[in-house]
Design a protein around this ligand. Structure first.
Ligand SMILES: CC(C)(COP(=O)(O)OP(=O)(O)OC[C@H]1O[C@@H](n2cnc3c(N)ncnc32)[C@H](O)[C@@H]1OP(=O)(O)O)[C@@H](O)C(=O)NCCC(=O)NCCS
Length: 376
């Protein structure tokens, strides 16, 4: 009889001071601070500092951090030429995964696991990832690349590079809040991947590249794109209920619902729901919000008793669409933010590292005779 915990549910595999989750009560804190307070009062750049340093910055530290981060937005000619060589039909997550990996090749000391040096590398990766995504997106649209503007915040600069115009304050704040909400979330699949790779004393580029690969899956970060596909399949809010009922009857999953840890409303979804409603109304996407709302209502009636509620991906789809982001950029947006959390976990892992190496229950046969290929 196997003792394996399928999906490692309930297994505690690391200690962290970065995020705390109470799935029953719907609480998420970064280093003790409620996610709602951070989304309302902080900035993604401040949260990124928190992830990399396990605390909020003092003013001079924050100024130095911002100068460093914003000063690292730019890409080398080599990196730009690599992006230009990508097929324009490539999916942005595959492109981003490849490009983060490629950044290692222009680092003279890519393999250093000295904690302060890894922190510096993490800031560089975090700063360059939005530039990579925006450059690729413009190239595939047949547009010129827009160089980053180091006078702009992480959020504003990304939207500027994407659209060649500075975002409104509302758009900047909305996108910044999305970045804050996605920065870290305990030992989720991609963060675990990052920590496993780091535990082998491999480099930060490999750890983040692997994490991007894990994030892409539709059961993890890829769910936000799944939500948008679903919303596109539903013609009107009135049809949403029947759509959900058909899916549930077929035992299909409704993307953006359910969570391994939350058995109540995901606090990130609470915040995003309000944001989505406001942005959708402001940008002429009220119908999209109405469809989401109708799906939620049906899901609440049908499956809330099983602890299935909207997760972070459900309302981020409407939010990102209202900000004007293309569907296949939704999961890369998750990655741009989560790089900060992954890097924070890599730093935590390096501090007192032990190789992560669980075991498997062998459930196959024993004493099997080897048969030459002709006899099988
Ligand atoms: C996130 C997720 C993978 C968690 O999975 P998990 O902890 O392994 O939970 P399980 O897959 O064991 O599901 C438990 C039960 O809830 C149901 N369920 C879970 N998520 C569901 C969803 N989104 N829609 C419909 N039913 C769902 C399962 O069918 C299962 O029902 P059963 O017990 O009658 O068989 C799962 O909820 C899911 O696939 N959600 C959709 C994808 C998504 O939004 N991912 C983003 C997460 S932030």
């Amino acid at each position: 009889m196997s003792t394996a915990s399928k999906g490692l549910e309930g297994i505690v595999a690391a200690e962290t001071v970065l995020s705390f989750i109470d799935g029953e009560k719907g609480i998420l804190e970064y280093n003790g601070i409620a996610i709602n307070d951070l989304a309302k009062h902080s900035s993604f750049e401040e949260v990124a500092f928190l992830m990399l340093n396990k605390r909020l910055p003092k003013k001079p530290e924050f100024e130095a951090f911002i100068t460093d981060l914003r000063g690292s937005y730019g890409l080398s000619d080599h990196t730009l030429s690599l992006i230009k060589s990508m097929p324009t039909t490539a999916q942005p997550m595959h492109m981003l995964r490849t490009m983060v990996s490629a950044l290692a090749m222009e680092d003279p000391e890519p393999n250093s696991i000295d904690i302060p040096e890894v922190r510096v590398k993490a800031v560089r990766i975090l700063a360059k990832a939005p530039t990579i995504v925006a450059a690729f997106d413009r190239l595939r649209r047949g547009l010129d690349i827009v160089s980053p503007d180091p006078s702009l915040s992480f959020a504003a600069n990304f939207l500027y590079m994407l659209n060649a115009e500075r975002p409104t304050h509302t758009m900047e704040r909305a996108f910044d809040a999305c970045m804050i909400l996605h920065a870290d979330h305990g030992l989720n699949a991609s963060t675990f991947t990052c920590r496993v790779i780091t535990s082998t004393l491999s480099d930060i580029y490999s750890a983040i590249t692997g994490a991007i690969g894990a994030l892409r899956g539709p059961l993890h970060g890829g769910a936000n794109e799944g939500v948008m596909h679903m919303l596109n399949e539903i013609d009107s809010p009135e049809e949403a209920e029947q759509f959900v009922m058909n899916k549930l009857a077929a035992r299909d999953r409704i993307m953006g619902f359910g969570h391994r840890v939350y058995k109540s409303y995901d606090p990130r979804a609470t915040y995003l729901k309000t944001l989505a409603e406001q942005l959708a109304t402001d940008t002429g996407n009220a119908d999209l919000y109405a469809k989401s709302s109708a799906i939620e209502k049906t899901m609440a009636r049908e499956v809330a008793s099983k602890g299935i509620y909207p997760n972070v991906d459900f309302y981020s789809a409407t939010t990102y669409h209202s900000i004007g982001l293309k569907l296949d950029l939704f999961t890369p947006m998750f990655a741009l933010s989560r790089i900060s959390g992954w890097a924070g976990h890599a730093l935590e892992q390096l501090d007192g590292n032990r190789l992560i190496r669980p075991s498997a229950d062998y459930v196959g046969p024993h004493n099997t005779q080897y048969l030459p290929i002709e006899q099988r």
